[in-house]
Design a protein. Structure first.
Length: 218
């Protein structure tokens, strides 16, 4: 039994290793959550675009909103984790790297198994993918509205433009809905989304000025 268990674990590890290497240059086709949404909604909107076709302000806005120290950590923001633990919450502790691993390789929902696998896979992805690649994948798989995945589909859905043509305000609004894409709207923003958008625009300008965007910008 133990032998078969170890063989099974080795097989799973090998599968993930192959997928991580493959997706370092090939767009992930679909993930578990997108598959579930497809079955539930009857279809989803998604359209992969390379980083070169995404407005730089969109990349900076996403980082400013979700993980301002993205360029400074190795997958886990220990300062944010310590702060979250002190506050008795995990809000704000998940990095873009962790979210990318969850979205691409795992499933949504709270469980110790998923968190453990996320903790194991995140350093591997960080060591094999560039920061620019991690952010590129993240922007292409993140949900920006119910059934709307990726920044190109989101730009078309909410504003009728391509991802390369997003303005600072449009990018800020898309980034503002990332924590709650089903409860917030980029095209019909609430007062909260408008306020958060202003903060994100300021944050995007800050990380561009202080060098915290250097790892994903050419």
């Amino acid at each position: 039994m133990l032998r078969w268990l170890w063989r099974g674990l080795a097989g799973v590890a090998a599968l993930y290793a192959v997928l991580i290497l493959l997706f370092s240059f090939v767009p992930p086709p679909i993930n578990f959550y997108q598959l579930g949404q497809t079955m539930q909604l009857g279809g989803i909107e998604k359209d992969w675009v390379p980083m070169e076709e995404i407005a730089p302000v969109m990349a900076r806005s996403a980082v400013a909103a979700e993980d301002a120290n993205f360029c400074l950590h190795w997958g886990f923001d220990m300062a944010a984790i310590r702060e979250a633990v002190a506050q008795g919450s995990n809000r704000g502790a998940s990095t873009i790297s962790q979210q990318t691993v969850k979205n691409v390789f795992l499933w949504h929902g709270r469980s110790w198994l998923r968190k453990a696998m996320e903790g194991l896979l995140t350093p591997v992805v960080e060591s094999l993918w560039s920061k620019r690649r991690i952010l590129e994948v993240y922007l292409n798989v993140a949900e920006f509205g119910e059934g709307v995945f990726g920044v190109q589909a989101a730009a078309q859905h909410h504003f009728g433009v391509d991802a390369r043509d997003l303005t600072a305000t449009q990018a800020g609004r898309l980034a503002a809905v990332l924590p709650d894409p089903k409860g917030r709207s980029a095209s019909e923003p609430s007062d909260f989304v408008r306020s958060r958008t202003r903060a994100i625009i300021s944050g995007a300008e800050t990380i561009a000025a202080d060098g915290r965007a250097a790892c994903f910008e050419e």
